[in-house]
Each structure stands twice: as C-alpha cells, then as structure tokens.
Design a protein around this ligand. Structure first.
Ligand SMILES: Nc1ncnc2c1ncn2[C@@H]1O[C@H](COP(=O)(O)OP(=O)(O)O)[C@@H](O)[C@H]1O
Ligand SMILES: [Mg+2]
Length: 149
C-alpha cells in the first residue's frame, strides 16, 4: 500500500509530518528520500515540532547524526556523505533507543534499515509543489498511515 499526498508549500509539508504524532511512537523509524531541496529536512521539522523541539533543524550532513531533546528524543540523520559505508557508525543502535529516528537519504543504507519502518519519497513537481509518497512496512506503520492519511 502506498499513500500519496501533494503539498503546495513548506507549511503543508510540516503539517503532514506533525499529523503522524511521533511523540506517541517511541522507536519510530522514518526513512526519507528525494533529491536535494525536495523537503526532507522540512518534513523533519514537522516531526521535531510534534516532539516539542523548538531548536532550528538543519540537515546533519557533516555530523551524520544530530540528537535533539524532546518529549521523545529525535535522532536526525543525513547519511548522504557515508555513500553506503555504514560499518562502525552504530546507526542500528538508534533504532531501539526509545526515540524517533529520521534518516535523510535512507536509500543509500538499505541493508541496515529495520524491516518495520515508514518510507517517504519526495518528488519535486515545481518550485513549491511536492508529491510525497509514503510506504509503510509492518502493521504498526500500516495502521498509522491508515489513521493519518
Ligand atoms: N511543498 C513544499 N514542501 C517542502 N518544502 C518546500 C515546499 N515548497 C517549497 N519548499 C522549499 O523547498 C526547500 C526544501 O528544502 P529541504 O527540506 O532542506 O530539502 P532536503 O532536505 O530534501 O534537501 C525549502 O527551501 C522549502 O522552503
Ligand atoms: Mg536535508
């Protein structure tokens, strides 16, 4: 099952992310893909807001992983620079730490992603229009998408 939503500005993408109510789902794993500037970090902002995090969210391209304190901790990753070389980083440990994990460019680390997760693909249509395709894996994420979308 695939869920498709079109947004026409940044705020709508943030709102979509907030609707997932990540604060209620410890160990949630959200995998984001889509070209540079497609809205992955904007979506992450919405997740952070749901967790009550007020800090400015930026792509952790150089640090790979950024942690934020909220109702649940947010583990925000941008794995672009790893180019698939995940050995020794310990990314897997974050999947069961009780926080919410958001991974930008998750496609590049397919092999270590948990089976149960939410995949989200961002397509740029024009300057402000984005088609956002969500694919849940596992019952928990299927139920979540069914409830939200
Ligand atoms: N519908 C939309 N949803 C999300 N971002 C949008 C939208 N329309 C325009 N934008 C702009 O696109 C850019 C997305 O940037 P960002 O989220 O950092 O991309 P990524 O993390 O995928 O590289 C921002 O400048 C944002 O304001
Ligand atoms: Mg980004």
């Amino acid at each position: 099952m695939e869920y498709k939503v079109t947004t026409y500005n940044e705020e709508e993408t943030i709102e979509l992310a907030q609707n997932f109510e990540a604060e209620k789902f410890p160990n949630m794993v959200i995998c984001l893909d889509g070209e540079l500037g497609s809205g992955k970090t904007v979506f992450t902002k919405g997740i952070a807001m749901a967790l009550g995090i007020n800090e400015n969210i930026t792509s952790p391209t150089f640090t790979i992983i950024k942690e934020y304190d909220g109702e649940l901790p947010l583990y925000h990753m941008d794995v672009y620079r790893l180019d698939g070389h995940v050995d020794g980083i310990g990314i897997e440990e974050y999947f069961t730490k009780g926080g919410v994990v958001v991974i930008e460019w998750a496609d590049t680390i397919q092999d270590i992603l948990p089976k149960e997760r939410l995949d989200i693909k961002f397509r740029v249509v024009d300057e402000n229009k984005r088609v956002i395709i969500m694919t849940p894996h596992g019952k928990k994420y299927e139920d979540l998408c069914e409830a939200v979308l």
